[in-house]
Design a protein around this ligand. Structure first.
Ligand code: MRU
Length: 344
């Protein structure tokens, strides 16, 4: 099962808003369908959003009536602009769109050649993601000892990468495959409950021991030594080691530092943004109804103000290490991240 797939001229994805009650797929026939699926969190998780975006470009290329390379490129760029407007914080979307548009620009020959180049690049990205998930898992599992309890936040599993293993959850899966006994504490992750709905669903299906807590129980679990290490994914990582991830990650990192519990981030290189400074990162602000309502039922008095940032920023001094497919990066991040990004 895959979170998102390109099937002919369609993007088929698991509608993650319906989990865990229903395992339902959704077919996107147009770029607009893909954009709306991303905005509506039907597909989510930075790497999976990146893949969906790339597949959106494949649909644009295949559906374009363009007869020349120039005409197809015009359609592709329009599609990329629409997809870029969906979610502003995760880096993968921008990395993937840039890569696919770049390939189309460099493609030689006819409109048909451009279409073929785009589809081949998207398939190549999918293969890479599978391989990367596996490598992240193998490397990340080294940080997990037999009998450890890992605290994770949001969903950094295969639903979030589109690959077979995920990022932070790939490490847990590999540790289990290696025969280690491993337990997971998953935060429910309000407002959209990706931890309760998705992480718990993924892990239960794999027979991994998972306990769900509400977000405000993290301090209790850490201070009572119920957690050996924290492992989370990331939506964007800057060259100086700032980690942008699901809202609440920063709070967990602060508490982990207070209790001297290692705080690890597991992320592919496609999530790194070597260009931006922390002040330039745009934190997505989502619809107030996500706070006002729980499953369609209003829980706030009318007229009360809300705040709904989808992500927060964890500064480098709270991060013990970052697991990438090229190895584990330890501080000083300002020196080590550019080095790992340069390594071929
Ligand atoms: O808003 P979401 O559900 O897309 O946020 C997802 C997260 O924050 C994940 O933890 C992150 O993308 C890492 S996933 C491999």
């Amino acid at each position: 099962m895959r979170a998102v797939e390109l099937k002919g001229k369609k993007v088929v994805l698991i509608d993650q808003t319906k989990l865990p009650d229903r395992l339902k797929t959704l077919e996107c026939l147009t770029v607009e369908d893909v954009a709306r699926a991303i905005e509506g969190m039907k597909i989510r998780g930075a790497p999976a959003v990146g893949i969906a975006g790339a597949m959106g470009l494949a649909i644009a290329a295949l559906g374009s009536k363009g007869k020349t390379k120039r005409e197809i490129l015009k359609d592709l760029k329009r599609a990329a602009a629409r997809l870029r407007r969906t979610r502003p914080t995760g880096a993968d979307l921008f990395t993937r769109l840039e890569r696919v548009v770049g390939v189309a620009e460099r493609a030689k020959g006819s409109a048909e050649e451009v279409r073929r180049a785009v589809v081949m690049e998207v398939k190549c990205i999918v293969r890479e993601v599978d391989e990367t998930d596996r490598t992240l898992g193998t490397i990340g599992a080294k940080l997990i000892r037999d009998n450890d309890t890992v605290l994770t936040h949001c969903n950094a599993g295969w639903l979030a990468t589109g690959g077979g293993y995920g990022t932070a959850l790939a490490a847990v899966r590999m540790a289990k495959e290696e025969g280690k006994r491993v337990r997971v504490i998953a935060t429910e992750t309000r407002p959209l409950l990706q931890g309760a709905r998705l992480t718990a669903w993924e892990l239960k299906r794999d027979g991994i021991n998972v306990t769900v807590i509400t977000d405000n129980m993290v301090g209790y679990c850490l201070s009572n030594r119920m957690v050996d290490l924290v492992m989370v994914g990331a939506d964007r990582i800057l060259k100086d080691g700032h980690v942008i991830n699901k809202i609440g990650t920063y709070t967990i990192a602060v508490a982990a530092k207070r209790h001297r519990i290692p705080f690890y981030v597991v992320a592919p290189l496609s999530t790194f943004d070597p260009k931006s400074e922390v002040r330039e990162v745009k934190i997505e602000e989502r619809d107030r109804r996500e706070i006002e309502e729980i499953f369609g039922k209003r829980v706030l008095p009318r007229g009360v103000k809300t705040l709904n940032p989808a992500f927060d920023i964890t500064p480098p001094d709270l991060v013990t290490a970052i697991v990438t497919e090229r190895g584990i990066v330890y501080p000083p991040f300002r020196k080590k991240i550019p080095e790992i990004l340069r390594t071929p």
